[in-house]
Design a protein around this ligand. Structure first.
Ligand code: URA
Length: 234
């Protein structure tokens, strides 16, 4: 019996070395099924079954020219079972250097924003629309977004968040398939394939313009009310 258990343990360790730590695959919920249907059937990410396999795919593939120019892909990080997923725009210079999302000045502010509503990075999953840094931090091109979006969809399908917060106009417009201004997208709860989605200011924008801090705080409080049982959202 002990031998059998040791064998099982060794198999799990060997598996973890190849594919990352074992995270049980949840059966697809309705949201995950709807999101998976947004991924073109011929796209290879459709067949992947773990975040670790998806991470490896992103690290090794060149889908668009900026993928070849990056120092590191920025896959995203956090809790693989996160109830709340944050979606930014694209990595900047610090993120490209370290391969982690929101680690520069905007990231420091983001940490304060999430702490202010009682959350930490460890309980969230933070990802971006693009996984590679656009040169000079220019806005992502539509064809770059189209090439990388299936990866984000797959992240969502595997994580199965209950709430999504978009950081900035690019993330909000992309997920809501809208050309609306940030002002028109924020301040409401959108239905995103069956789960609530909110849009707020990008932390980099808040560093540039103090006047947006109050409305951003209102957005965060709206999110907090949504995920805190017993507090009715407005
Ligand atoms: N801005 C983003 O949108 N994402 C990052 O990861 C960093 C800065």
């Amino acid at each position: 019996m002990v031998e059998l258990l040791r064998g099982l343990r060794d198999c799990l360790y060997a598996e973890a070395e190849m594919h990352g730590p074992f995270v049980p695959v949840e059966p697809l919920n309705g949201f995950a099924k709807r999101i998976t249907n947004l991924i073109p059937s011929e796209n290879p990410v459709r067949a992947l079954t773990s975040l670790e396999d998806l991470r490896q795919y992103v690290a090794n593939v060149t889908l668009i020219p900026i993928d070849a120019a990056r120092t590191n892909a920025v896959f995203g990080e956090g809790n693989p079972r996160a109830r709340i997923m944050l979606v930014g725009e694209a990595p900047g210079a610090d993120e490209d250097r370290l391969g982690r999302p929101f680690v520069g000045r905007a990231g420091k502010l983001l940490d304060k924003m999430i702490a202010a509503i009682g959350l930490s990075r460890e309980e969230l999953f933070i990802a971006n629309i693009l996984k590679s840094r656009p040169p000079g931090n220019r806005n992502p091109e539509p064809q770059e977004i189209a090439a990388h979006l299936p990866v984000l969809y797959k992240q969502m399908a595997l994580i199965q968040p209950k709430f999504i917060l978009c950081l900035g106009k690019v993330a909000g417009q992309t997920l809501l398939n809208s050309k609306g201004t940030l002002g028109s997208l924020r301040g409401k709860i959108h239905d995103y394939h069956g789960i609530p989605l909110l849009v707020t200011y990008h932390p980099a924008a808040l560093l540039r313009n103090q006047r947006w801090k109050r409305p951003a705080w209102e957005d965060l409080q709206r999110l907090q009310k949504l995920y805190t049982p017993g507090i009715a959202p407005q």
